[in-house]
Design a protein around this ligand. Structure first.
Ligand code: C5P
Ligand code: MG
Length: 208
């Protein structure tokens, strides 16, 4: 077997253990924007948990009504649904070894089930938290709501999403901070500055 064949074998086999980063931040903190840029700059694959859930609604998934209910009320979809979508998306995509998972894990239930179901199938790298002021996030979502067509980009749902972020996601962020697996970036800065700071942090992490 030559090196090329070996490479293909590993890509398609259970030996393949992709690298995973989680990107967290409040609504409008720039998770999606930054992940898109990172995927261009580093050839990583960007997977948005929220987008996978929105796609599942469009595709009339069996969980459509559960997902719709959660999204419209700023709630968190039961993790078996989200993890199943992420698992498929990761293992169907062989274009890269590294995945940026945006908007996951949102709470302990997400995190604990991920650890139970996925931890031994992947190589966890780090959490990137984009820390952003509420004023900036409200401004961005208000602007985005003009064109996003998203049922949750309105002030009532936004308030609920802030509560989930503060009450649930923050605990996840602290959990990874205590494990020294957290990169925290100031998300109030411009898109370019935030991107540069994330790239610098990743560089440092990967050259340790
Ligand atoms: O991250 P994003 O803003 O796209 O998420 C939109 C919505 O999708 C969240 O407010 C939540 O209702 C749902 N979601 C979820 N579980 C996740 C990620 C997103 O329930 N892990
Ligand atoms: Mg997003």
């Amino acid at each position: 077997m030559n090196i090329h064949q070996y490479d293909l074998l590993v890509k398609f086999s259970t030996l393949r253990k992709p690298f995973v980063y989680f990107i967290l931040g409040g609504p409008g903190s720039g998770k999606g924007t930054q992940c898109e840029l990172l995927s261009k700059n580093l050839k990583y694959v960007h997977l948005s948990a929220g987008q996978l859930l929105r796609n599942a609604i469009k595709n009339n998934s069996e969980h459509k009504s559960t997902i719709e209910n959660c999204i419209n009320n700023g709630g968190i979809v039961p993790s078996h649904v989200t993890i199943n979508l992420l698992d498929k998306a990761i293992f169907e995509d062989i274009s890269s070894d590294t995945f940026l998972i945006d908007g996951f894990p949102r709470n302990y239930e997400n995190m604990e089930n991920w650890i139970a179901l996925m931890d031994n199938k992947i190589n966890f790298k780090s959490v990137i938290h984009i820390l952003c002021s509420r004023t900036t996030m409200i401004q961005r979502i208000t602007e985005r709501s003009k064109t996003s067509g998203r049922s949750d980009d309105n002030i009532q749902t936004l308030e609920k999403r802030f509560i989930r972020y503060q009450n649930d996601t923050y605990k996840i962020i602290e959990h990874y901070r205590n494990k020294n697996q957290l990169i925290e970036i100031n998300g109030d800065n411009s898109i370019e500055i935030v991107q540069r700071e994330i790239l610098e942090s990743l560089n440092q992490l990967n050259n340790k």
